[in-house]
Each structure stands twice: as C-alpha cells, then as structure tokens.
Design a protein around this ligand. Structure first.
Ligand SMILES: Cc1cc2nc3c(=O)[nH]c(=O)nc-3n(C[C@H](O)[C@H](O)[C@H](O)COP(=O)(O)OP(=O)(O)OC[C@H]3O[C@@H](n4cnc5c(N)ncnc54)[C@H](O)[C@@H]3O)c2cc1C
Length: 449
C-alpha cells in the first residue's frame, strides 16, 4: 500500500506501548517518526537508551493455560506483537511466567526498530503536542514538559500515584547454606530463602519499623494493590506476608528434613545467565541502607550484594474515561491517540496491547475515516472499554483479568471456574479472529505459545 506524506504518524515514547505501536504502523506501511528522549534525557527509573526497557520486574506475566495474562498474550500473537516475540526470544526459566533477560529483550526490540525502513528515530524530548496523527505513549514517568502540554490540551487534571520496584541481588552473594532451589509448582525455577518463626518475627519487626523514603511526593502516596511495597503489606498484619510473597506452601526445606518452612522469600533469575536475582514481591520504599539491614536479616541474604535497591516512582496516568474516546483517541482532538500506562492500563503487556490497538485504529482512520473498536469480549477490547467507560472520579489503573469480560447468564451458572474461563478464552479468540477478518487484517501465524 503506497502512503502519502499525509500518512506519516508520530509516536512519542519508545517504551512498551510506543515500540509496539511504531512497529505495527511501520509494518502496515506508514512512515513512523518515533520520538524517545532517552538516552539524552533519562527518567528516574530507566537505565539505558534502549527501546522497550523493563524498569522493574522482568516478568511478562503468566503463561498458564487459563490465566488472563495468557489470553492477552495469545490475542497479541494473532496481531504479530513485537513485544511478545521479543519476550519469547529473550525468555529465561521462571516456571509458568514469561520472564525475560531484560538486556536481550530491549536489545532485540531496539534492533528491530532501528533496522525498520519505515521508522525514523528521533532521540529528543517532545515538549508539545505534535500536529498530524500522533500517538502519545510516554508512560508513567512522562517528562514534565509534555505532562504540562497534555494538561493544557485536555483541560482535566492528571492524576498520579506511586509504584514500587523490588531489589536485585548478585546470585553469587546468596548464602546457599540457607537457600534451596524449588517452586510451589514443583519445578526448580526459584531460589528459596527460608525463615524460622523466630527469624520471621525479627525480620517482621525490623521491616515495619524501618525508615522509609519520605519525599514530599510520597507523603500522600496511594498504592496500586498489585504493587504494594512489602512494608505496607506487612503493616496490614503480622501474618499478611505469609499469605502473600512469603507464603511457604508447597515448599520443603532440605535443611530441615523436608519440613515446610515458617516463611520463605523467593528469588527469581533476572537475567539469562542467572547471575542476578530479584526478590519476588519485595517492592519497597525503604531507604537503601535500611534495605541492606532489614533484608540482611533473611539468613540466606545476610551478606547479599544489592545491585539495585528497591525504588519508588511517580506514575502519571490520564483520567481516561473523561478524556478519551472508546477508540483511545482524545475527545478534543480526533487525530491524537494515547497508549500505554498513561491511559490507565497497568503492566508491561497491557501497555503494549494498547500500542497494537492504537496502531490498528490509526490505520482504519487514515484509510476509511472511521474506526471499529476491538470487541468487548476480547481481553484487549475489554481493557480499552474499561478505561474509557469507568466512573472518572474513581478511576484506577487496571490490568488484564477475567472480571472485565461479560459472562452470559447461562455460562455464569457453570460452577466449574476452569470451564467458565475456557469458554471466555475461546470466545475471545474467536471474536478477535472475526474482528480482524472484518477489518481486513491477516491473522498472524505467530500463534505458538
Ligand atoms: C518504578 C516502576 C516500576 C514498575 N514495575 C512494573 C512491573 O514490575 N511490572 C509491570 O508490568 N509494570 C511495571 N511498571 C509499570 C510500567 O512502567 C509499565 O507497565 C510499562 O513500562 C508502561 O509502558 P509504557 O510504554 O506506557 O511506558 P514506558 O515503558 O515507561 O515508556 C515510555 C517512554 O517514553 C519516554 N518519554 C517520556 N516522556 C517523553 C517525552 N516527553 N519525549 C520523548 N520521550 C519521552 C520514556 O523515556 C520511556 O522510554 C512499573 C513502573 C514504574 C515507574
């Protein structure tokens, strides 16, 4: 398909959503101007100038058959997702999760985008809303200058809240006399650091009394439930971590004749070499010195070398139900789309999914002047529907989950949860295929899991 200059599209932000949108548009034959401020101007969380950098966990979510994250990834595969392909190429062992070597992952995405003949890369800060068809995908750490420009345009206040990242330690610094490989699912993918009851109580007490970063911004912090700092979780009750990230169920401690430990901290490989290990579920806002002291009370981590401490950051997102159309373009400007975390979806894969949707919407709009939204019974369509139809005053970021998909009454009556989910999954995939056929898209053959 030959495109005129008028069919040039700007994509601002080369994170998960922007990289995916740029790739999809370029594959469709559009000329894409991809603007990314890194490495010249960094965010507080990114560390490189690469596209698609993962700022915290290295997991792209579950691959279990009936998990919502699996359905989302399956839908994205049908649309030839760059992020999913890069994730599969950079995969590291992590049980049922699609975890990646973060370096290889972003390097793979960077090479694809840099080599694409239809993509022109500009490493610069965008401080105003560009004219012509534009996607803004600048993420939770959008540069202030652009945040102001967006606020001026949409005339509504931006909301912000805070996310927390978990620390990473050097694998070789973990004391293997107090740690063992294994997982709650029976494989050997996690390095488990057990605690006795006494050790747990000492750790718990230190954790809830440790000093936190208390910048002005953090004083009024509210947290997304899925990313609660471990100290916040612990303050909810002495046993709360034991039902969350420190759950010992399914684990047998070889140092205690195979008995179940009282509590466990699990470490997961953070790179393919397995030299870096992240503390699963241990997002934190403790001061760095306090992290070393408090996490050092976990016997296996008494001499652990922290290569990255847990950190907290701003998360900026739009009041999307008030600002965006169901097709993710601005109510005040039809040719301005938003994608990624700033639309109020939560998570790497969800962000990339909005990048795909937006690319398809732009293609339809430029070619036919109107847009067919993704069906609501697909996970992608349900997410987009949620963020554009919820009560704007109580709008909170959302990740993929089966609660977003409507269940007809006859299916609600099926007691077996797995059977209900299977039904929802099958309906979603078949509905997406119909939709793609309807809008004239060839379904990708990259459908393998
Ligand atoms: C500290 C922290 C921890 C997180 N942990 C997780 C996690 O563990 N798991 C998870 O799924 N999600 C996590 N998230 C959410 C995560 O940011 C998103 O899931 C995902 O990165 C969002 O993708 P995105 O493309 O919207 O934004 P990003 O991936 O952040 O990409 C936005 C890009 O825009 C660029 N940019 C910003 N402003 C401008 C500008 N004005 N001009 C040009 N370029 C600009 C940035 O440099 C960046 O590259 C975390 C977020 C933060 C802040």
């Amino acid at each position: 398909m030959k495109k005129s200059k008028l069919n040039d599209v700007n994509v601002v932000g080369g994170g998960l959503a922007g990289s995916e949108a740029a790739w999809q548009l370029a594959q469709l034959g559009f000329t894409v101007h991809l603007f990314e401020m890194r490495p010249k101007t960094m965010t507080p969380a990114h560390v490189s100038g690469k596209f698609g950098e993962l700022v915290c966990s290295n997991s792209l979510g579950s691959t279990l058959g009936l998990a919502p994250a699996t359905l989302l990834k399956d839908e994205m595969r049908l649309l030839d997702s760059l992020i999913i392909k890069a994730g599969e190429s950079a995969r590291v062992p992590a049980g049922s999760a699609l975890a990646v070597d973060r370096e290889a992952f972003s390097q793979g995405i960077t090479e694809v985008l840099e080599d694409h003949p239809n993509i022109v890369i500009h490493h610069e800060v965008v401080s105003e809303i560009l004219s012509g068809p534009t996607v803004i995908a600048t993420g939770p750490l959008t540069h202030e200058s652009l945040t102001e420009a967006i606020s001026d345009l949409v005339g509504a206040k931006m909301l912000s809240f805070f996310d927390a990242a978990a620390p990473i330690v050097l694998a070789e610094s973990v004391d293997m006399n107090h740690a063992f490989w294994g997982s709650r699912e029976g494989n050997q993918d996690y390095l488990n650091c057990p605690l006795t009851k006494d050790e747990y109580m000492a750790f718990y007490d230190a954790l809830i009394h440790a000093e936190q970063h208390m910048g002005h911004d953090f004083e009024s912090a509210t947290f997304f439930e899925g990313c609660l700092p471990i100290e916040e979780l612990a303050r909810r009750g002495v046993k709360t971590p034991l039902y969350g990230p420190m759950k010992p169920i399914g684990l047998e401690n070889p140092f205690e004749q195979g008995r179940r430990p009282y509590a466990v901290v699990q470490l997961r490989r953070d790179n393919a070499a397995g030299s870096l290990m992240s503390l699963v579920g241990f997002q934190t806002n403790l001061r760095w010195g306090e992290q070393k002291r408090v996490f050092g009370l976990i016997p296996a981590l008494h001499d652990a070398e922290f290569v990255r401490y847990g950190v907290m950051h701003r998360n900026t997102y739009l009041k999307s139900p008030a600002i965006l159309r169901p097709t993710l373009n601005a109510k005040v400007r039809e040719d301005l789309w938003f994608a990624g975390q700033m639309t109020g979806v939560e998570g790497y894969v969800e962000s990339a999914a909005t990048g795909i949707m937006v690319a398809r919407y732009i293609a339809q709009w430029l070619e036919h002047g109107n847009i067919q939204p993704f069906p609501r019974d697909t996970m992608m369509g349900a997410l987009a529907y949620y963020i554009t139809h919820t009560d704007p005053e109580h709008f909170q970021p959302m990740n993929a989950n089966f609660g977003l998909l409507n269940l007809p009454p006859e299916i609600q009556q099926i007691h077996d949860k797995k059977a209900r989910r299977r039904w929802l999954r099958d309906r979603a995939l078949s509905s997406l295929k119909d939709y793609l056929e309807h809008i004239g898209v060839e379904v990708s053959h990259h459908e393998t899991r």
